[in-house]
Design a protein. Structure first.
Length: 362
């Protein structure tokens, strides 16, 4: 894309972001602010003082509505009063292992919450481009070597994966029932869903995610406990899929019929790493530390092999990963080292990582 494309698309536009206080949402919020967008966010309050949203002073970057995605009336009022040009729906219960503890809530947040966003969209009487974020785990994972394409079947062993597959079915239903791309001239709503791989980056403190687990152990001078060392994942820096979402939003607004539907965003096929490799690279970048394999009993099921086919995004959007997995890990550890050494300057460091990655856009 040309240098000014994303500026031209988002500068001065009203962009509604659900989940803006979360890990990915906070990075997206900061990027949209750099692009000159007028952002309104809708999410639960950040849980900790050191959450990225607080570190970047997120309240100063947007109109922030602190509310539950399951509160249909409040969500609808927030969207309709704002009259957005774009919606990025990121709000979710995002953790696989937690979904085993709160399965019905996970389905409610991830599936019904998506339906509530789309219900509000039905009442929005203006053009709007909508990018709905699900996950690479929506596919029926057969643990095979082949990468999953957007046309492959949906499934989900655990409640989290199944809830996101449900969200995809809900999106499909709303598109065909209310927002068919072929009738865009009538309803003026352009919709797409995105399926991203395992995202890493600074400012993630979530429980039971590999990078936060590594960082917490290193900060406390404890060995990193590695649950599934041989599991293969499509690791990518958080800015990779977010760049994909922004590029997709731009393309979708320009040509709704061509760019509607589902999209994968992940690393190149030869760049998937095992968990143990990621841990080794992270420890080496940190400069010290160790890891161990704890004895695990009766652990909930987690997939061991998952790869994405990103040819559609490469060929139809012109989007490409810019960091290989080693760089993604190094950039992530750089953020946490900067946080440790100069917490007061972490907002500027976060901005520098965005501009370094996407300088042609900001």
């Amino acid at each position: 894309m040309e240098r000014t494309d994303l500026h031209a698309v988002y500068n001065g536009k009203k962009v509604f972001v659900t989940g803006h206080t979360g890990f990915k949402g906070s990075w997206l919020l900061q990027w949209l602010h750099l692009l000159g967008a007028d952002v309104k966010g809708y999410a639960l309050a950040p849980l900790h003082t050191d959450d990225l949203y607080n570190l970047i002073d997120g309240d100063a970057l947007c109109q922030s509505v602190i509310a539950d995605i399951q509160d249909k009336g409040t969500l609808e009022e927030a969207i309709l009063s704002f009259q957005p040009d774009f919606i990025f729906h990121l709000a979710a219960q995002p953790l696989v292992r937690l979904s085993y503890e709160i399965p019905s809530e996970t389905f409610s947040v991830n599936a019904i919450g998506t339906a509530f966003v789309l219900d509000a969209l039905r009442k929005l009487e203006k053009p709007c481009t909508v990018v709905l974020i699900t996950t690479d785990k929506v596919y029926e994972n057969k643990e095979w070597l082949y990468p999953y394409r957007e046309t492959d079947g949906l499934g989900g062993h655990d409640p989290y994966s199944a809830s996101k597959a449900c969200a995809e079915l809900i999106i499909h239903s709303y598109v065909h029932s209310f927002f068919p791309a072929s009738h865009f001239g009538k309803h003026k709503k352009a919709l797409a869903s995105t399926r991203a791989g395992n995202v890493i980056g600074g400012g993630d403190w979530a429980k039971d995610r590999i990078i936060p687990d590594i960082i917490k152990s290193l900060l406390n001078n404890q060995p990193v406990a590695v649950r599934n060392p041989a599991a293969v994942r499509p690791w990518q820096h958080v800015l990779e899929p977010l760049g994909g979402y922004l590029v997709l939003g731009a393309a979708l607004s320009a040509n709704p019929e061509k760019h509607a539907g589902a999209w994968n965003f992940g690393p190149l096929l030869d760049d998937n790493k095992k968990v143990e490799e990621l841990v080794k690279t992270a420890i080496a970048k940190w400069g010290q530390g160790s890891y161990q394999f704890p004895e695990l009993k009766e652990q909930p099921h987690e997939a061991t092999l998952l790869k994405l086919d990103i040819s559609k995004a490469i060929n139809l959007l012109g989007w490409m990963p810019r960091y290989h997995s080693g760089e993604a890990i190094e950039k992530t550890i750089d953020w946490y080292k900067s946080f440790k050494e100069n917490k007061a300057g972490i907002k500027d460091f976060t901005i520098s990582q965005i501009t370094s990655y996407a300088g042609m856009y900001v």
